[in-house]
Ligand binder design. Structure first.
Ligand code: SF4
Ligand code: SF4
Length: 357
């Protein structure tokens, strides 16, 4: 019987063990200790005595082919070709030979012009979503606002001078690709979607109805066209329906604003994973530098730096001092919109910080 030809398996995560740096592969599961040599440089030492340095730099996230080629050339020269990205888009060059460490750092800072940092108690690279670059939903840019913010926070990236690490994320719609962060910047819409009945795709109607988390969408016939309608009193302006159907337009350059949420984390260290909570809303969506967002983030970081104990994450610090004190210290106004009073919250909202739905 002839052998059946199968397509190569192309889904799922690849076998990462094939891509480990040789020192990492040899010492896998046999590490003795690690230390932070300086901001942006980690050293791992195996029980065998082998050493591996990780040099972490802030990447601009969105890169040209030329830049990627430069990275590869540097990795070939100093890292036996081994380089990787962290989940927050920091780039890490892996160095097995101590003599390569200094020239690598000089090359990364000089030729690439990228700062070293993001290790230990610092602001790591801001994790952002696609924004106007790729996605069909954004009410704001992600790459632009993150660049402006990181320019402003460069010292917090390069120096380990905060109580603990601070993960900042930025999402350009309320569906929130960027997920839970110590500080998170998220677009907010302020009215229900405007429906273009003429262009409604009939095949997608059941999906549009089903996607609304508060059951505000129902089938309707308008001018003889099978379409949907929105029960406006129920709608919470989340924009999930716009992701399902472009004819449910939620974005509005006149009324969309930005909000900042605080206290989320994924890690189980010291306390369990936690959701973010609203800190400030109604910030203008103000390209190209979004100064109001930078100012608000700076206020949070200043209060956190001054008030948190060593190793407290932003959410842990706020829980200890209380939300009233948080608003006093940051100067943000507490409003009725800070109270989550949705009757649907318990049964319909995402209830785990680690699972995205
Ligand atoms: S946050 Fe929203 S708009 Fe931005 S990339 Fe993700 S899904 Fe698209
Ligand atoms: S914006 Fe959200 S709540 Fe409003 S109709 Fe669309 S999916 Fe439902």
């Amino acid at each position: 019987m002839s052998e059946k030809k199968m397509a190569p398996r192309d889904q799922g995560a690849p076998d990462y063990t094939k891509y480990l740096h040789p020192v990492m592969a040899k010492n896998y599961g046999k590490w003795d200790y690690h230390e932070r040599v300086r901001p942006g440089v980690l050293l791992h030492v195996g029980t065998s005595g082998d050493k591996l340095w990780s040099v972490r730099a802030g990447s601009p996230r969105t890169m040209s082919a030329d830049t990627v080629r430069k990275i590869c050339d540097i990795a070939d020269k100093y890292c036996q070709g081994h380089v990787r990205f962290t989940s927050r888009s920091n780039i890490e060059f892996l160095v097995g030979n101590e003599a390569d460490l200094k020239p690598l750092i000089t090359t990364v800072e000089g030729d690439l012009g990228w700062p070293l940092g993001g290790t230990g108690p610092s602001v790591s690279n801001v994790s952002h979503t696609q924004g106007w670059l790729h996605c069909n939903l954004p009410g704001s840019d992600a790459a632009g606002s993150v660049k402006a913010l990181m320019d402003d926070l460069i010292d917090e990236f390069k120096n380990e001078s905060l109580p603990n690490r601070v993960h900042i994320s930025s999402s350009c719609c309320q569906i929130n690709c960027a997920s839970h962060g110590d500080i998170s910047i998220i677009v907010q819409h302020h009215h229900p979607p405007r429906i273009n009945h003429k262009d409604m795709q009939i095949c997608e109607l059941p999906k549009v109805v089903a996607i609304c988390p508060v059951a505000a969408i129902r089938p309707a016939v308008v001018d003889g066209v099978e379409t949907v309608e929105v029960v406006e009193e129920k709608c919470m302006y989340c924009g999930a329906c716009h992701g399902q159907c472009p004819s449910m337009e939620i974005r509005d350059s006149d009324t969309d604003t930005l909000s900042i949420w605080v206290g989320g984390k994924m890690s189980n260290a010291r306390s369990k994973p936690s959701f973010m909570k609203l800190a400030v809303w109604g910030l203008p969506n103000n390209p190209p530098r979004w100064p109001e967002v930078s100012n608000a983030v700076r206020k949070i970081l200043k209060a956190y730096k001054e008030g948190a104990k060593d190793w407290e994450r932003v959410g842990e610090w706020i829980e200890r001092i209380g939300w009233q004190r948080f608003f006093e210290k940051t100067g943000f106004k507490f409003t009725k919109y800070h109270i989550d009073d949705s009757p649907e919250a318990l049964s319909t909202f995402n209830r785990s910080a680690q699972i995205r739905i």
